[in-house]
Design a protein around this ligand. Structure first.
Ligand SMILES: CC(C)(COP(=O)(O)OP(=O)(O)OC[C@H]1O[C@@H](n2cnc3c(N)ncnc32)[C@H](O)[C@@H]1OP(=O)(O)O)[C@@H](O)C(=O)NCCC(=O)NCCS
Length: 234
């Protein structure tokens, strides 16, 4: 959690890739978000249940508190990224907060993320975390940390599987993942992944427009059909 909500067809739904042989899609398009996306970010977070809000923010954030958090997102300083489904709804979201000037860990970024309830268990959470690892590493940082409730098995499992050290302090836990230094390969991986996610989004946007156009043509036809339907006077 960083201090500062008809099931999707399949894990491949976000990527548009064919279903993987394994449990999770081999790749999912994770797109960087900007201030233009505040409304979608807000809609995603407001759809979280009270318990999920507690897990995500460390307190049962009210709608107003979530709105303030979204308004306060600084897209120049931090990174916010997400996964869109075919309807262009945000089904997974992550905030990678980079260190502030007064941060006790000047080379550490903090991860906070959420996956829409209907899209969980498909690997999106783990992929968001991997994406954050890559971006933080390419910024030259050496640690990624998560502040999570100790009961948050899914989040702590993601962190542990990535190799993080988890320090439990009662009901709360901190997970610290040491990041390897960036390399040309890690930079290229980020560049290719971001480019492919952008392309995927554009294709979904076009498909969405075509669907809307087909619906509009259907409406016009239905309307014309009604106005020309034979009456007793015809
Ligand atoms: C935490 C969260 C992001 C995980 O998202 P997700 O897409 O369901 O996670 P994944 O599908 O990648 O699963 C990650 C691992 O956790 C396990 N897992 C998922 N849900 C679980 C649950 N309820 N209990 C135990 N393990 C669980 C998965 O089996 C998987 O482990 P595996 O790879 O060994 O099989 C999601 O549950 C969520 O949005 N929770 C509410 C907000 C929150 O807690 N945010 C984290 C605060 S930083």
């Amino acid at each position: 959690m960083t201090s500062h909500a008809q099931p999707e067809p399949s894990a491949a739904a976000a990527g548009g890739a064919s279903a993987p042989a394994g449990r999770y899609a081999p790749w999912i398009p994770i797109r960087s978000l900007s201030s233009r996306h505040r409304d979608r970010i807000l809609a995603h977070l407001l759809a979280l249940s009270e318990a999920d809000r507690y897990r995500r923010f460390g307190y049962a954030a009210s709608d107003e508190q979530i709105a303030r958090y979204v308004d306060g997102l600084d897209f120049d300083r931090d990174e916010v990224f997400g996964v869109h489904n075919r309807k262009l709804d945000l089904i997974a979201l992550a905030h990678l907060a980079y260190p502030r000037a007064d941060s006790p860990l000047p080379d550490a970024a903090e991860f906070g993320g959420s996956v829409a309830a209907h899209a969980r268990g498909r690997g999106y959470g783990a992929r968001l975390f991997e994406h954050a690892v890559l971006h933080a590493r390419n910024r030259g940082l050496d640690t990624l940390f998560i502040h999570a409730l100790s009961e948050n098995t899914a989040m702590l499992r993601i962190a542990r599987k990535a190799g993080a050290q988890v320090e439990r302090a009662g009901s709360e836990s901190e997970a610290y993942l040491k990041l390897p230094a960036d390399t040309l390969a890690s930079k290229v991986e980020q560049w290719v992944g971001d480019g492919a996610a952008e392309l995927d989004y554009r294709l979904k946007q076009q498909a969405h427009l075509v669907d809307a156009l087909i619906d509009a043509i259907g409406d016009v036809r239905a309307h014309l059909g009604k106005s020309h339907s034979p009456t007793a006077e015809d």
